[in-house]
Design a protein around this ligand. Sequence first.
Ligand SMILES: NCc1[nH]cc(CCC(=O)O)c1CC(=O)O
Length: 302
Amino acid sequence: MIRFRLGTRGSPLALTQAAMVRAALAAAHGWAEDEIETVVIRTTGDRVQDRPLAEIGGKALWTKELDRALLANEIDACVHSMKDVETVRPAEIAIAAMLPRADVRDRLIGATSIETLPHGATVGTSSPRRRAQLLRHRPDLAIVMLRGNVDTRLAKLASGEVDATLLAAAGLDRLGRDAGHAVPTEAMLPAPAQGAIGIEARADDVQVLAALAAIDDAPTSRCVLAERALLAALKADCHSPVAALAGLAGEMLTLRAELISEDGSAHVEGSGEGIDGTCVGQELAADLLTHAPESVRRLFGG
Ligand SMILES: NCc1[nH]cc(CCC(=O)O)c1CC(=O)O
């Protein structure tokens, strides 16, 4: 008997993440894993591999087709890397749960640290944040576009297409790829929501929402929602050169964030704290925009 249909993208990382959610649901409710059906859905982001993400329709690259299947009742919930989920979501869809967050750091593959990359080295990334952060510290580096799933990027590195690349530790770890050197968050603040797996459901489906609430990791949700509130207040998305990371000390939430110009030549950074993560995120966004140099401010709030 199928009790639950879980929608996911079909990349190896997405399938691994869906399997983690399936295992968590089965354990929480005493279901057999084969009572949870994994439904693979192909997204625009998966289909178009050769162009910068910002060019191919911008928003909702990884979510649109999953949203459609969810609202058409073809699936009960969808698994996402929270990093890839837009801040503005359809009112009929709710973020129901997040699994405990993994390692939030980026890993540098091809060199032991950003400082020790050879002068003028070519670094492949399609992330405007990683590009801007690299150029901020190392304006001599040549940053080139590198897309594709984790293994595709590792293969392009191995074939010498680039000297180095940066990938999220979370994705590498989930796929069992023991590659690269962790970049400390002090040297490179991660993307908002990096390392967090989220599950969305129909906002009015009380049964499914209750089933998913049982696997929610509250500290992860609090931190990621604060990071997303900052991103939303900046009117930014996962293609914006913004980094943010929240942490908890008891009930107190601290949020650090950084906005960088696309070429890395200008930036603003700051932090805020409070109990209500959404307020902390909104206030920090306003504070950063007030203090941002013009070349940074014009990228946000528009
Ligand atoms: N944008 C792609 C993406 N979305 C989520 C992850 C990694 C997993 C995570 O952050 O939870 C990755 C790959 C990467 O940035 O290296």
